[in-house]
Design a binder for this molecule. Structure first.
Ligand code: PGA
Length: 304
């Protein structure tokens, strides 16, 4: 292993995590041949194959699994070292790794702008994925902070609510129920419904409200993003339940139905694993977001 480099390990770790050279190349902004070459050289240093291909899928060999676990430990140790050095220097600079659920992408980037202006030395990587994707990333300890709406109860985490996240019923602008008040929840059963994909926190919250009230909606379409659902609603394909925060810029294109038991009241939380030591950078962002969220509430609570 004397010949192996940290860069090779980084490439290998990404390829092993994704089970794909192509996705590793995308994540690391490399070409696919570069990824293959790095892994080939690493394989030579190890002296055993690291991956095996069965059909179209890529699997880790036993040596590959061992190396995957080892590289995770190496990168975690380096990250801890970086935290200690930054803390010793007392500097607010370095990398902030954030992972946020899909709806948070409507407001987190807006709050990042002023943060970056305040702390130009901090570089940010922002991953956007659904609820289950966040849980996976958290179990693999890939990020500094997570932003999500449903705090996992099977993981030991610290969490801090910082903003409300109401889920409301979206319909096309001129929907026949648009002007009605206090619509019984049962009426939603007659409407074609557009649902988020399995693994989505929004979907789970919606399903549990419907179950609680014995409402069976007709799911006409299942879509994997809030944006796709909004386009489908605007195109007249049906109604859906989404976070009100997905509406920041295009509120005029939809109606929000006044349905009983809505909005579903939820909150945004900043979450991190209990054993994790927050870097000075992550702590700075944590405090910043708590403050920034206060003025954000004022801006969004006006219309709907
Ligand atoms: P989702 O997350 O993208 O998984 O639906 C939003 C949420 O949990 O509120």
């Amino acid at each position: 292993m004397n010949q192996a480099t940290l860069h090779q390990l980084k490439v290998f770790e990404a390829a092993a995590r994704h089970g794909s050279f192509t996705r590793a190349a995308e994540e690391l902004f490399l070409t696919q041949p570069t990824v293959s070459m790095q892994i080939k050289q690493l394989t030579k240093s190890v002296g055993l194959p690291l991956f095996e291909q069965v059909g179209k899928r890529l699997f880790l060999t036993e040596a590959g699994r061992e190396l995957f676990a080892t590289s995770r430990e190496i990168f975690e140790t380096i990250a801890q070292f970086e935290i200690k050095v930054a803390n010793l220097k007392g500097l607010k600079q370095g990398q902030l790794r954030l992972a946020v659920v899909t709806t948070a992408k409507y407001f987190i980037p807006r709050l990042l702008g002023p943060f970056c202006e305040l702390y130009p030395g901090i570089d940010i990587s922002l991953q956007v994925t659904n609820h289950d994707g966040i849980l996976e990333r958290m179990s693999s300890n890939l990020d500094d902070l997570y932003i999500m709406s449903q705090v996992p109860d099977h993981l030991d985490v610290n969490c801090q609510p910082f903003l409300e996240n109401p889920l409301v019923v979206f319909a096309p602008l001129h929907h026949r129920l648009a002007k009605e008040k206090n619509i019984p929840i049962e009426s939603l059963a007659d409407q074609p419904f557009i649902m988020r994909e399995p693994g989505s926190g929004t979907r789970r919250a919606v399903q549990s409200l419907f179950e609680e009230h014995g409402v069976k909606v007709k799911v006409k379409l299942e879509l994997g993003s809030n944006e796709a659902i909004k386009q489908a609603i605007a195109g007249g394909l049906g109604i859906s339940v989404l976070s009100r925060h997905t509406l920041l810029t295009d509120a005029a294109e939809f109606s929000i139905l006044d349905v009983q038991h809505f909005p579903i009241k939820r909150s945004w939380y900043m979450v991190y694993p209990s054993g994790k030591q927050l870097s000075i950078v992550a702590r700075t962002y944590f405090d910043y977001l708590l403050e920034a969220a206060k003025s954000f509430v004022d801006q969004t609570n006006t219309g709907l």
